[in-house]
Ligand binder design. Sequence first.
Ligand SMILES: Nc1ncnc2c1ncn2[C@@H]1O[C@H](COP(=O)(O)OP(=O)(O)O)[C@@H](O)[C@H]1O
Ligand SMILES: CC(=O)N[C@@H](CCC(=O)OP(=O)(O)O)C(=O)O
Length: 257
Amino acid sequence: MKVSIIKIGGNLIEDESVLKKVLQNFARLEGAKILVHGGGKLATQVSEKLGIATQMVDGRRITNRETLDVITMVYGGLVNKTIVANLQSLNCNALGLSGADLNSIKSVKRPVKTHDFGFVGDVTAVNSEMFSLLLNNNITPVCCAISHDGNGQLFNTNADTIASEIAIALAKNFEVELYYCFEKKGVLRTIEDEDSVITDINTEIYQALIKENIIADGMLPKMQNCFNALERNVSKVFIGSIDMLSEENQLRTTITL
Ligand SMILES: Nc1ncnc2c1ncn2[C@@H]1O[C@H](COP(=O)(O)OP(=O)(O)O)[C@@H](O)[C@H]1O
Ligand SMILES: CC(=O)N[C@@H](CCC(=O)OP(=O)(O)O)C(=O)O
């Protein structure tokens, strides 16, 4: 059986009308599928409203107790439930999950090296039996960027990593395709030129693109997650816009080893 894992980034979640279109494309996708969502931008906005400062290091949010409360409310509550309700309206039988729900994703606190990230977890286990059970019953899991340690502690975990870890775990039993959807059509050669999509990137090209400063910021950890997934038996990995799910010949970046 084939399973498609779709991760949607923060810029697709922020705007209600964009999110609706994203979810229509997702709902139309045939076969077993899992949606993973971020929401980092929204968490930053809500933190600001509450007077909580945001600090990011290497694309990861430093998550103190107050920030953990915000991300739990925003990712686990507002964003996850809004997505599930919209998918239900599109006849997609969605079930919203944090990593604690059905023990879906376990993690340990990220070890302190140069920085203490606080309540940020590195994934240690994905409950693939549970995901299989849901998928075999035509239930579509909707996963947010929250994991847990099994002792009652929730952790913030980057959504790209949640998506690749689920993909890797399911690759043991399924043919898995991983789609990273964001606001651009793919990895761009010139960030201002929306159509300058680099259609194929392997590890060698990736290293060259880093040297040329073409790939930077959030794209660096995203691509690391892509290679990590491919190295651990995920069949196909793509980066592109949500249109890559529905339109043939749509520009997108295909990642290979
Ligand atoms: N070459 C590139 N092509 C496209 N985006 C790039 C590139 N280099 C850096 N980026 C940045 O990476 C961002 C995507 O990473 P991130 O914000 O982590 O994604 P997401 O919204 O999916 O969480 C883009 O919004 C863009 O600003
Ligand atoms: C530890 C960590 O940094 N977690 C991320 C999780 C959300 C996320 O990944 O959202 P996007 O996909 O929208 O960026 C964060 O809090 O920003």
